[in-house]
Design a protein around this ligand. Structure first.
Ligand code: FES
Ligand code: FES
Length: 181
């Protein structure tokens, strides 16, 4: 399906900037971003857990913000910038600090959820730095502008969309804390 033109009324050409590289491909209008990343572009880091927007295993960054790839139609992302776990650290470069912290903290067991956890953690760091409040941010304590302080409670809340069936949560929180220190 990829890298070919078609006259099908059910397919369209889209261009996505994926991990820094523009990729133009023809997608079925029903194809999710997750399936296009995995099956057409061979980026199998993002995982399909529930396929229903409930587990976070498919989390990628779309235009810098966290998104569940299983809930997005690829055709609707034309022109978007997508970062998957493969793009967190360029090939041959040192690991992203979050990746290193996850290793250092044993923040994984089976690892199935880990790519989504890493992308989500990268997204939360950016959101907090931009001053975006979460459900647990105290409006009275939060500055009107500026970064939100990432307490363990903030990290847990902001990572709550990512489930880990192995229960590595405490170490995941510690890994994120390591990066913000
Ligand atoms: S696979 Fe997308 S949220 Fe579970
Ligand atoms: S490390 Fe196994 S599901 Fe999270």
């Amino acid at each position: 399906m990829s890298e070919q033109s078609t006259s099908s009324p059910y397919q369209s050409s889209v261009t996505l900037r994926v991990n820094g590289t523009p990729r133009t491909l023809t997608v079925d209008h029903r194809a999710t971003l997750l399936d296009v990343l995995r099956e057409d572009l061979g980026l199998t880091g993002a995982k399909k857990g529930c396929d229903h927007g409930q587990c976070g295993a498919c989390t990628v960054l779309v235009d810098g913000r966290r998104a569940n790839g299983c809930l997005l139609l690829a055709v609707a992302q034309d022109g978007s910038t997508v970062t998957t776990v493969e793009g967190l650290a360029p090939e041959g470069a040192p690991l992203h600090p979050l990746q290193q912290a996850f290793l250092d903290r044993d923040a994984l067991q089976c690892g199935y959820c880990t790519p989504g956890q890493l992308c989500s953690a990268a997204g939360l760091l950016a959101e907090a730095a931009a001053g975006h409040p979460s459900y647990v941010t105290d409006p009275a304590a939060a500055p009107a502008q500026g970064p939100v302080v990432l307490t363990p409670e903030e990290i847990r809340e902001r990572m709550s969309g990512n489930l880990c069936r192995c229960g590595a949560y405490p170490h995941i929180v510690q890994a994120v804390e390591d990066v913000i220190r």
